[in-house]
Structure formats: structure tokens, C-alpha cells
Design a protein around this ligand. Sequence first.
Ligand SMILES: Nc1ncnc2c1ncn2[C@@H]1O[C@H](COP(=O)(O)OP(=O)(O)OP(=O)(O)O)[C@@H](O)[C@H]1O
Ligand SMILES: [Mg+2]
Length: 356
Amino acid sequence: MNADNLVGIAEIASLAGVTKQVVSNWRRRYDDFPKAIQNLESGPVWNKEVIDSWLRQRKGEGTHILSFINLKGGVGKTTTAVGVAEILAQEHKKRVLVIDLDPQTNATVTLIKEAKWEEMDKDGRTIAQLFLDKLSPHLPPKFDIEKAIARQVSTINDGIAKLDLLPSSIQLISIQDQVPTIALHNFGAERPIEILKNAIEPVLGAYDYIIIDCPPSLGVVTQNGLRISTGYIIPTIPDVLSTWGIYQIVENVERLAKASGISIPPLGIVATKVQGNNLHNRVIEDMRNRRLGNFARGPVEQPLLFKSSVSQAVDVARGADVDADKRTFKGKYGSKAYAELQGLTLEIVQVCEKKN
Ligand SMILES: Nc1ncnc2c1ncn2[C@@H]1O[C@H](COP(=O)(O)OP(=O)(O)OP(=O)(O)O)[C@@H](O)[C@H]1O
Ligand SMILES: [Mg+2]
């Protein structure tokens, strides 16, 4: 451990321009205040990079990087992630990048036309190429972050000015199992879970929000997304099977954060495809009271439930249809789900930007 990277309470106070008492208050008040990495005789110490990043987030500065994650498939991760990204860019005027980490390429094909994706995939302008380069270190790298980002994407308004996409590729399926071995290919120079982090750094400053659509797994590709995340959101259908893995997600993300010396707090759970039947109502009630399943018994605290939820609506399912008029939010999501997604986006902005 490098002592230059360590800071104590007094140094944090001076970095933030506040008193030590204020720092102590933050520690008590904010669940996401980074955990001390060691308790020395002189007091607790933190990793400076982690503290710098937390302080930037607190001021609403820096890029908010949010992973949408659930181990269960088909729960509305992609729909929610894309809808929130579109509303952030179009209505909140934020500069937004969507990163599609799922080889199913659902977010990609909702945001760009298939012909464009095919052309980008052929030219190695997808996230898959980034990992492919690392698996073939003897070849000159092909991935170029600037070229891989598609600009002004979405069907809304035939493209939203502030919305960009780093596309995925079905090629990711065949390489994702090999990604953990990357350290062997390059003699351990680059950690397999930091490939995306290193690639994305040059463009970070260009975005207010990065929204990451994760595949339904906690594999190494998802871990690459979590490694750069300042928080994560768990979309779930409010039923027993869909919420089953949430405890496991929270536990595993905490472990990953700790191992990397960073903080990746859960921002909240979003109930999706809500049908208002007895089961859905009961599970929502449990989540609202933070006593969902194992959380009621285990040591891990349940993330908050967002007040906004997204109802099961035929318009949302139709939005993925080629014939729907997807150039307006109402056409793409239907009035009801559009209003719900707006509510959710507002809550996310409030959590990310107003921490006083
Ligand atoms: N609120 C909703 N109402 C009706 N249908 C929905 C809603 N949200 C999502 N869907 C539909 O449910 C299906 C799964 O949604 P989506 O692809 O967003 O889930 P996912 O969690 O990303 O799935 P995967 O795990 O496969 O990535 C899609 O066909 C989508 O159109
Ligand atoms: Mg998906």
C-alpha cells in the first residue's frame, strides 16, 4: 500500500474545505461515505482516489456512472436504463453515454439502426473489440474509444443531441469466458476487471451521466461495468423469483468494491412491469419497508425502493416493435410509462446531485 494514497479525517477536511466535525457528520449521515481501509493508531485512513471521487459526487460534479443490474433476465433492465438515459439527455439536458455490456445487444439495437450496428461491428467499433484486443496482445489494437462511440442516438426525435452509445456485439458471447484470463495474456499488467476503466478514462469528462446496461450475470464483463460505477440500480419485477437474487447482488457488489478499495453504493431498487396484483403489492410493500426476503434476516441492508415504478404496459413492449412511432416518448413508451420513467429519472437526478 502506498502511503501517498492514504488520507485521514484532517486531510479529507482540508481537501473538502470543511472542518473535521463536518467530515465526521458525513461519515454518520451518508451510507455511501467510503469505508476506511484501515484503522491506524492515529485514526482511520482512506484511499485518496476514493475520497476525491466521493467529494466530486457530493458536489454534484464528476460523472455519475450507474449500472443497471439484476441477475434475473427479462425484468426490464434494458428498458429502464435506456428510458432513463433518453430522458436525462432530452429533458434534463445532461450529456449521457449508454454503455451496452450485454452480448444480446438489446440497448444497442433500440438506440441505433441495425444497419449502423452491423457496420460498426464489422469495423471493430464495439465493446467486444476492446476485450478482443486484450486477448490478442500480439496484434495491433483496433479499439478506438472515440470511433466506437455512436453520437446522437435514439429513435426519439430521430436522435437525441446529447445521447451517445458505446455499442455491444454478439461477439462478446464467445469472448466473455476468456476475459478472466487476460491477466495471463499480458503478464498481469492490466487487471481483467479494469479494462473498461482504462479505456473509458479519456472520455469521462465529456459526460454528466454514464448508464451501463448489464447482462443478467455478475460475470467479469459486468464487473468491468461495476468497477467504474459510482452507484447501481436494481430493476426488478416485484415477484418472488425476480427479487430472489437481490441480496446476492448487494453482497457481491460490496465485496467487489471492497476488493478494489472503492465504494459502489446501491442507489435503489425500481419495481418494473408492475401489475398491481396481490403478489406485486405485497412484494412492493416489503421492499418499501426494507425487509425483502433475506434482507429481513441477513446482515446486509436492503437498498431503498424508488418511489417511482414502471407499470406493465403493452405500449412499452410495443416500443421495441419496428412499426411503433418511436420518435416521441409517448409513442415509444405510452403516456403512463413515460410519466413513470420521468418520475424515476427525476429521483435518480436528485439522489446523484443533491447530497446536502
Ligand atoms: N413496463 C413494461 N411493460 C411491458 N413490457 C415491458 C416493460 N418493461 C419491459 N418490457 C418488455 O419485457 C421484455 C424484457 O425487458 P428488458 O429487455 O428491458 O429486460 P432485461 O432485464 O433487460 O432483459 P435481459 O435480462 O434479457 O437483458 C422486453 O420484451 C420488453 O419490451
Ligand atoms: Mg437487457
